[in-house]
Write a protein that binds this ligand. Structure first.
Ligand SMILES: [Zn+2]
Length: 104
């Protein structure tokens, strides 16, 4: 039995992965229906919303940043650079684990 995912705006359950938007609302992970996300963007809280995390751009950024920063870290011996892609990968994984895996 999968855990239901509730929209932060209308509090109804989100049934399908295609209808799911996961984003940061200030510093908190928030989930919305596609339509609720667009309504939320128009309001005051739209100032604190960012791009959806469950988008292709976040997934590509995570997998492109990882080898690039590994390469530059290896050259410059600044291993602290590896923190950025690991944080991006962790956030992407967390959004999948908490919300996306529960939807069809
Ligand atoms: Zn909603």
């Amino acid at each position: 039995m999968s855990k239901p995912v509730y929209c932060n705006r209308c509090t109804n359950t989100i049934e399908y992965r295609e209808d799911l938007i996961i984003c940061f609302n200030f510093i908190k992970l928030s989930v919305y229906h596609n339509e609720c996300y667009s309504e939320e963007l128009k309001g005051v809280s739209g100032l604190f919303l960012n791009n959806p995390i469950n988008s292709l751009s976040w997934t590509l950024a995570a997998f492109i940043l990882l080898p690039l920063t590994l390469f530059f870290s290896f050259i410059s011996h600044q291993w602290i650079l590896m923190a950025l892609p690991l944080i991006v990968l962790f956030i992407r994984y967390l959004s999948w684990y908490l919300f996306e895996k529960n939807l069809s």
